[in-house]
Unconditional design. Structure first.
Length: 117
């Protein structure tokens, strides 16, 4: 059976309260520059490899933050990633589990994950 819908994820939208602060925070932890344009006063597209991430302050509310990780960021070295996030004073929620992943929160309380690929 064929479908006109591709089996690909295009973009994940993350609700953030302050688009400038969120842009700066995400770019810092991902090692990206902040030169991209904030569009329409509330959207910032992170320059990602693979599926995209859009930070969106228009959809933010405390009820809309991720309470479970909707996706994970990849890493080749989970120990280095964990230490890096600790050094950045990121709110780490779990220790490294099964030598494979850990969860953390962004400044708005979105629960996210880093996973060894």
């Amino acid at each position: 059976m064929s479908s006109p819908i591709l089996n690909q994820i295009g973009t994940v939208f993350i609700p953030v309260s302050n688009i400038e602060k969120a842009r700066d925070w995400y770019c810092e932890i991902l090692g990206l520059d902040t030169k991209g344009e904030i569009q329409f006063g509330h959207l910032y597209m992170l320059p990602m490899n693979g599926s995209g991430i859009v930070l969106d302050s228009k959809i933010y509310s405390k009820d809309n933050v991720f309470r479970t990780p909707a996706f994970h960021f990849n890493t080749e070295n989970i120990d280095d990633a964990y230490q890096f996030m600790k050094e950045k004073n990121v709110n780490i929620i779990t220790e490294i589990r099964h030598e494979h992943y850990f969860n953390f929160k962004d400044p708005d309380g979105n629960l996210l994950m880093i996973c060894k690929c």
